[in-house]
Design a protein around this ligand. Structure first.
Ligand SMILES: [Zn+2]
Length: 76
C-alpha cells in the first residue's frame, strides 16, 4: 500500500484514468504510481514510457498482471 506523510499535498480525484487496468508493457499517458490489481505490487512509471514487462513479477496462480493508476503526478 502506498504511503504518504502530508495529506495537504494530495487530492482525491474521480477521474476515469484511475479505473483503467493496463497490460504489462503498455505505454502510459500519466506519470505516477501504478498498482497491480491482482497482487498489490506497486511501481512508479513515467508518461511516455512502458509499464514493466510480463516477467516483472509472477503470480502463483498465473493470474495476469494488471496495472492500475494509484497516484497520478501533476506536472506543471
Ligand atoms: Zn501482481
Amino acid at each position: 500500500m502506498a504511503l504518504y506523510k502530508y495529506s495537504t499535498h494530495l487530492a482525491q480525484s474521480d477521474h476515469a484514468a484511475f479505473d483503467a487496468k493496463e497490460k504489462p508493457g503498455t505505454v502510459v499517458v500519466n506519470s505516477g504510481i501504478y498498482r497491480c490489481a491482482t497482487c498489490g505490487d506497486e511501481i512508479a512509471a513515467n508518461k511516455g514510457n512502458p509499464l514493466p514487462p510480463q516477467n516483472h513479477h509472477q503470480h502463483p496462480n498465473k493470474a495476469p498482471i494488471e496495472w492500475q493508476l494509484l497516484v497520478c503526478s501533476v506536472q506543471k
